[in-house]
Write a protein that binds this ligand. Structure first.
Ligand code: HEM
Length: 277
Protein backbone atom coordinates (compact mmCIF):
# COMPACT_ATOMS: atom_id res chain seq x y z
CA UNK A 1 0.00 0.00 0.00
CA UNK A 2 1.43 3.40 -0.94
CA UNK A 3 1.53 6.49 1.28
CA UNK A 4 -0.75 8.11 -1.30
CA UNK A 5 -3.62 5.72 -0.47
CA UNK A 6 -3.01 5.89 3.27
CA UNK A 7 -3.23 9.68 3.46
CA UNK A 8 -5.68 10.16 0.56
CA UNK A 9 -5.07 11.94 -2.73
CA UNK A 10 -2.81 15.03 -2.58
CA UNK A 11 -5.59 17.34 -3.72
CA UNK A 12 -7.62 16.46 -0.62
CA UNK A 13 -4.73 17.09 1.74
CA UNK A 14 -4.74 19.78 4.40
CA UNK A 15 -1.69 21.50 2.87
CA UNK A 16 -3.30 21.72 -0.57
CA UNK A 17 -6.53 23.10 0.96
CA UNK A 18 -4.45 25.73 2.80
CA UNK A 19 -2.69 26.63 -0.46
CA UNK A 20 -6.06 26.94 -2.23
CA UNK A 21 -7.34 29.23 0.53
CA UNK A 22 -4.20 31.39 0.42
CA UNK A 23 -4.28 31.49 -3.36
CA UNK A 24 -7.94 32.57 -3.36
CA UNK A 25 -7.12 35.43 -0.97
CA UNK A 26 -4.25 36.56 -3.21
CA UNK A 27 -6.53 36.43 -6.25
CA UNK A 28 -9.18 38.46 -4.37
CA UNK A 29 -6.60 41.06 -3.36
CA UNK A 30 -5.33 41.36 -6.95
CA UNK A 31 -8.87 42.16 -8.17
CA UNK A 32 -9.33 44.69 -5.34
CA UNK A 33 -5.92 46.25 -6.06
CA UNK A 34 -6.72 46.85 -9.72
CA UNK A 35 -10.30 47.97 -9.00
CA UNK A 36 -9.36 50.40 -6.24
CA UNK A 37 -6.44 51.76 -8.28
CA UNK A 38 -8.88 52.67 -11.09
CA UNK A 39 -11.29 54.20 -8.53
CA UNK A 40 -8.43 56.31 -7.09
CA UNK A 41 -7.39 57.40 -10.59
CA UNK A 42 -10.96 58.58 -11.23
CA UNK A 43 -11.06 60.50 -7.91
CA UNK A 44 -7.77 62.26 -8.67
CA UNK A 45 -8.61 63.05 -12.30
CA UNK A 46 -12.10 64.32 -11.49
CA UNK A 47 -12.23 65.72 -7.92
CA UNK A 48 -8.59 66.74 -7.47
CA UNK A 49 -8.49 68.51 -10.85
CA UNK A 50 -11.83 70.26 -10.26
CA UNK A 51 -10.59 71.42 -6.82
CA UNK A 52 -7.22 72.56 -8.21
CA UNK A 53 -9.08 74.52 -10.91
CA UNK A 54 -11.34 76.06 -8.21
CA UNK A 55 -14.30 74.58 -10.03
CA UNK A 56 -15.99 72.56 -7.29
CA UNK A 57 -19.40 73.31 -8.83
CA UNK A 58 -18.35 70.55 -11.23
CA UNK A 59 -18.88 68.07 -8.37
CA UNK A 60 -22.62 68.52 -8.96
CA UNK A 61 -22.36 66.67 -12.28
CA UNK A 62 -22.03 63.58 -10.06
CA UNK A 63 -23.39 64.54 -6.63
CA UNK A 64 -26.55 66.61 -6.51
CA UNK A 65 -25.50 67.65 -3.01
CA UNK A 66 -21.93 68.51 -3.98
CA UNK A 67 -21.43 72.28 -4.02
CA UNK A 68 -24.18 74.35 -2.35
CA UNK A 69 -23.81 78.12 -2.53
CA UNK A 70 -23.56 79.75 0.90
CA UNK A 71 -23.00 76.49 2.81
CA UNK A 72 -19.34 77.08 3.66
CA UNK A 73 -18.82 74.25 6.18
CA UNK A 74 -20.87 71.79 4.16
CA UNK A 75 -18.76 72.51 1.07
CA UNK A 76 -15.53 72.15 3.09
CA UNK A 77 -16.77 68.76 4.32
CA UNK A 78 -17.53 67.64 0.76
CA UNK A 79 -14.12 68.75 -0.57
CA UNK A 80 -12.29 67.11 2.36
CA UNK A 81 -14.36 63.94 1.87
CA UNK A 82 -13.62 63.48 -1.83
CA UNK A 83 -9.94 64.46 -1.52
CA UNK A 84 -9.47 61.98 1.32
CA UNK A 85 -11.29 59.31 -0.69
CA UNK A 86 -8.15 58.78 -2.82
CA UNK A 87 -5.87 58.90 0.24
CA UNK A 88 -7.81 56.17 2.05
CA UNK A 89 -8.17 54.01 -1.06
CA UNK A 90 -4.47 54.10 -1.98
CA UNK A 91 -3.45 54.00 1.70
CA UNK A 92 -5.46 50.82 2.32
CA UNK A 93 -3.84 49.05 -0.61
CA UNK A 94 -0.35 50.03 0.59
CA UNK A 95 -1.12 48.61 4.04
CA UNK A 96 -2.10 45.22 2.62
CA UNK A 97 0.85 44.71 0.24
CA UNK A 98 2.91 42.06 2.11
CA UNK A 99 6.34 43.18 0.85
CA UNK A 100 5.81 46.70 2.23
CA UNK A 101 4.95 45.30 5.66
CA UNK A 102 7.96 43.01 5.76
CA UNK A 103 10.63 45.16 4.00
CA UNK A 104 9.66 48.70 4.98
CA UNK A 105 7.91 48.53 8.38
CA UNK A 106 8.33 52.31 8.84
CA UNK A 107 6.13 52.92 5.76
CA UNK A 108 3.54 50.53 7.22
CA UNK A 109 3.58 52.41 10.54
CA UNK A 110 3.37 55.93 9.10
CA UNK A 111 0.89 55.04 6.41
CA UNK A 112 -1.11 53.18 9.08
CA UNK A 113 -1.37 56.35 11.20
CA UNK A 114 -2.43 58.35 8.13
CA UNK A 115 -4.93 55.62 7.19
CA UNK A 116 -6.56 55.61 10.63
CA UNK A 117 -6.76 59.43 10.72
CA UNK A 118 -8.21 59.50 7.20
CA UNK A 119 -10.74 56.79 8.08
CA UNK A 120 -11.96 58.89 11.02
CA UNK A 121 -12.19 62.17 9.08
CA UNK A 122 -13.79 60.64 5.97
CA UNK A 123 -16.43 58.88 8.10
CA UNK A 124 -17.20 61.98 10.15
CA UNK A 125 -17.43 64.23 7.07
CA UNK A 126 -19.60 61.57 5.35
CA UNK A 127 -21.94 61.42 8.37
CA UNK A 128 -22.05 65.22 8.46
CA UNK A 129 -23.01 65.26 4.75
CA UNK A 130 -25.77 62.68 5.27
CA UNK A 131 -27.24 64.63 8.19
CA UNK A 132 -26.97 68.16 6.81
CA UNK A 133 -27.70 67.41 3.13
CA UNK A 134 -30.22 64.66 3.70
CA UNK A 135 -32.70 65.91 1.08
CA UNK A 136 -30.04 66.46 -1.61
CA UNK A 137 -28.27 63.10 -1.41
CA UNK A 138 -29.24 60.30 -3.78
CA UNK A 139 -31.09 57.40 -2.10
CA UNK A 140 -33.64 56.65 0.59
CA UNK A 141 -33.70 56.35 4.37
CA UNK A 142 -32.51 52.73 4.09
CA UNK A 143 -29.46 53.76 2.06
CA UNK A 144 -28.65 56.69 4.34
CA UNK A 145 -28.99 54.49 7.44
CA UNK A 146 -26.78 51.78 5.90
CA UNK A 147 -23.98 54.22 5.05
CA UNK A 148 -24.24 55.76 8.55
CA UNK A 149 -23.81 52.28 10.05
CA UNK A 150 -20.83 51.79 7.73
CA UNK A 151 -19.33 55.08 9.00
CA UNK A 152 -19.82 53.92 12.59
CA UNK A 153 -18.18 50.53 11.87
CA UNK A 154 -15.20 52.30 10.21
CA UNK A 155 -14.70 54.53 13.28
CA UNK A 156 -14.82 51.55 15.70
CA UNK A 157 -12.42 49.46 13.55
CA UNK A 158 -10.01 52.39 13.10
CA UNK A 159 -9.84 53.05 16.86
CA UNK A 160 -9.39 49.33 17.69
CA UNK A 161 -6.74 48.72 14.96
CA UNK A 162 -4.76 51.72 16.20
CA UNK A 163 -5.15 50.78 19.88
CA UNK A 164 -3.91 47.19 19.38
CA UNK A 165 -0.95 48.37 17.25
CA UNK A 166 0.07 50.75 20.07
CA UNK A 167 -0.29 47.93 22.60
CA UNK A 168 1.82 45.71 20.28
CA UNK A 169 -0.94 43.07 20.30
CA UNK A 170 -0.32 42.31 16.63
CA UNK A 171 -2.71 39.35 16.23
CA UNK A 172 -5.63 41.52 17.33
CA UNK A 173 -4.27 44.48 15.37
CA UNK A 174 -4.25 42.36 12.18
CA UNK A 175 -7.90 41.31 12.63
CA UNK A 176 -9.14 44.86 13.32
CA UNK A 177 -7.03 46.28 10.48
CA UNK A 178 -8.55 43.76 8.06
CA UNK A 179 -12.03 44.67 9.32
CA UNK A 180 -11.17 48.33 8.84
CA UNK A 181 -10.00 47.72 5.28
CA UNK A 182 -13.21 45.88 4.39
CA UNK A 183 -15.45 48.47 6.07
CA UNK A 184 -13.59 51.33 4.38
CA UNK A 185 -13.97 49.53 1.04
CA UNK A 186 -17.78 49.43 1.46
CA UNK A 187 -18.38 52.54 -0.63
CA UNK A 188 -16.20 51.15 -3.44
CA UNK A 189 -17.89 47.73 -3.16
CA UNK A 190 -21.28 49.41 -3.45
CA UNK A 191 -20.33 50.89 -6.83
CA UNK A 192 -18.73 47.64 -7.99
CA UNK A 193 -21.71 45.52 -6.84
CA UNK A 194 -24.14 47.85 -8.56
CA UNK A 195 -22.23 47.78 -11.86
CA UNK A 196 -21.79 43.97 -11.71
CA UNK A 197 -25.59 43.67 -11.33
CA UNK A 198 -26.24 46.09 -14.19
CA UNK A 199 -23.70 44.26 -16.39
CA UNK A 200 -25.47 40.94 -15.76
CA UNK A 201 -28.98 42.28 -16.46
CA UNK A 202 -28.21 44.99 -18.98
CA UNK A 203 -30.84 47.22 -17.31
CA UNK A 204 -31.98 48.21 -13.78
CA UNK A 205 -33.65 45.17 -12.19
CA UNK A 206 -34.95 45.06 -8.62
CA UNK A 207 -34.65 48.81 -8.07
CA UNK A 208 -35.96 52.08 -9.40
CA UNK A 209 -33.06 54.15 -10.81
CA UNK A 210 -34.94 57.44 -10.27
CA UNK A 211 -35.92 57.11 -6.59
CA UNK A 212 -32.88 54.84 -6.06
CA UNK A 213 -34.88 52.35 -3.99
CA UNK A 214 -35.89 48.70 -4.25
CA UNK A 215 -35.11 45.23 -2.87
CA UNK A 216 -31.87 44.84 -4.82
CA UNK A 217 -30.45 48.05 -3.35
CA UNK A 218 -31.50 47.07 0.18
CA UNK A 219 -29.75 43.71 -0.27
CA UNK A 220 -26.67 45.42 -1.73
CA UNK A 221 -26.42 47.88 1.19
CA UNK A 222 -26.39 45.02 3.70
CA UNK A 223 -23.99 42.95 1.56
CA UNK A 224 -21.36 45.66 1.10
CA UNK A 225 -21.63 47.63 4.34
CA UNK A 226 -22.19 44.91 6.94
CA UNK A 227 -21.73 41.37 5.54
CA UNK A 228 -18.01 41.70 4.58
CA UNK A 229 -17.22 41.48 8.30
CA UNK A 230 -18.99 38.09 8.44
CA UNK A 231 -17.20 36.92 5.27
CA UNK A 232 -13.90 37.89 6.89
CA UNK A 233 -14.83 35.93 10.01
CA UNK A 234 -15.57 32.85 7.88
CA UNK A 235 -12.20 33.30 6.13
CA UNK A 236 -10.24 33.69 9.38
CA UNK A 237 -11.94 30.67 10.94
CA UNK A 238 -11.23 28.56 7.85
CA UNK A 239 -7.59 29.67 8.00
CA UNK A 240 -7.36 28.32 11.57
CA UNK A 241 -9.42 25.22 10.83
CA UNK A 242 -8.04 21.80 9.83
CA UNK A 243 -11.24 20.91 8.00
CA UNK A 244 -10.41 20.40 4.31
CA UNK A 245 -14.03 20.83 3.06
CA UNK A 246 -14.38 24.06 5.05
CA UNK A 247 -11.18 25.46 3.52
CA UNK A 248 -12.19 24.48 -0.02
CA UNK A 249 -15.69 25.92 0.44
CA UNK A 250 -14.26 29.21 1.70
CA UNK A 251 -11.72 29.33 -1.15
CA UNK A 252 -14.60 28.80 -3.62
CA UNK A 253 -16.59 31.62 -1.97
CA UNK A 254 -13.60 33.98 -2.17
CA UNK A 255 -12.99 33.13 -5.85
CA UNK A 256 -16.67 33.65 -6.65
CA UNK A 257 -16.61 37.06 -4.95
CA UNK A 258 -13.44 37.90 -6.91
CA UNK A 259 -15.15 37.13 -10.23
CA UNK A 260 -18.10 39.36 -9.27
CA UNK A 261 -15.55 42.09 -8.44
CA UNK A 262 -13.85 41.68 -11.84
CA UNK A 263 -17.20 42.04 -13.60
CA UNK A 264 -18.19 45.04 -11.45
CA UNK A 265 -14.83 46.79 -11.78
CA UNK A 266 -14.97 46.43 -15.54
CA UNK A 267 -18.56 47.78 -15.57
CA UNK A 268 -17.76 50.65 -13.18
CA UNK A 269 -14.56 51.63 -15.01
CA UNK A 270 -16.12 51.60 -18.48
CA UNK A 271 -19.62 52.81 -17.58
CA UNK A 272 -19.02 55.19 -14.68
CA UNK A 273 -15.50 56.27 -13.70
CA UNK A 274 -13.53 56.65 -16.94
CA UNK A 275 -16.30 58.42 -18.94
CA UNK A 276 -16.56 61.08 -16.18
CA UNK A 277 -12.91 62.12 -16.43
C1 HEM B 1 -14.31 55.28 3.75
C2 HEM B 1 -14.40 55.24 2.48
C3 HEM B 1 -15.16 56.22 1.63
C4 HEM B 1 -14.79 56.59 0.38
C5 HEM B 1 -13.57 56.11 -0.37
C6 HEM B 1 -15.78 57.54 -0.10
C7 HEM B 1 -15.75 58.13 -1.35
C8 HEM B 1 -16.71 59.00 -1.84
C9 HEM B 1 -16.70 59.58 -3.16
C10 HEM B 1 -15.61 59.37 -4.20
C11 HEM B 1 -17.81 60.33 -3.27
C12 HEM B 1 -18.25 61.14 -4.50
C13 HEM B 1 -19.26 60.37 -5.33
C14 HEM B 1 -18.57 59.56 -6.41
O1 HEM B 1 -17.81 60.13 -7.20
O2 HEM B 1 -18.77 58.33 -6.46
C15 HEM B 1 -18.53 60.23 -2.03
C16 HEM B 1 -19.72 60.86 -1.78
C17 HEM B 1 -20.40 60.74 -0.60
N1 HEM B 1 -20.03 60.02 0.51
FE1 HEM B 1 -18.38 58.94 0.71
N2 HEM B 1 -16.73 57.72 0.87
C18 HEM B 1 -16.40 56.93 1.94
C19 HEM B 1 -17.12 56.79 3.12
C20 HEM B 1 -18.32 57.42 3.39
C21 HEM B 1 -19.06 57.27 4.60
C22 HEM B 1 -18.67 56.37 5.76
C23 HEM B 1 -20.16 58.07 4.48
C24 HEM B 1 -21.30 58.29 5.43
C25 HEM B 1 -21.33 57.98 6.67
C26 HEM B 1 -20.10 58.72 3.20
C27 HEM B 1 -21.03 59.60 2.71
C28 HEM B 1 -21.01 60.17 1.47
C29 HEM B 1 -22.05 61.03 0.95
C30 HEM B 1 -23.30 61.46 1.70
C31 HEM B 1 -21.68 61.39 -0.34
C32 HEM B 1 -22.46 62.29 -1.31
C33 HEM B 1 -23.36 61.39 -2.16
C34 HEM B 1 -24.42 62.16 -2.94
O3 HEM B 1 -24.47 63.37 -2.88
O4 HEM B 1 -25.20 61.48 -3.59
N3 HEM B 1 -18.97 58.30 2.56
N4 HEM B 1 -17.84 59.41 -1.17
Amino acid sequence: MTTQTLSGPWWLSDSFAKKALNGSAKFWFATVLVGQAIFSYYIVMFYYLATANQDIERFNEIMPGGYIQGDFWGNIAVVAHVLLAAVITVGGLIQLIPIIRSKWPAIHRWNGRLYVMTALVISLTGMFMVITRYDKIVGTLIGHTAVMINGFIIVVCAVKAFKYARMRKFALHRIWALRLFLAASGVWMFRVGMMAWLSIHGKPVGFDPVSFSGPFLTALYVTVYILPLFFLEIYLRSQRSRSVPKQFLTATMVILISFIIILGVFGAAMGMWLPRI
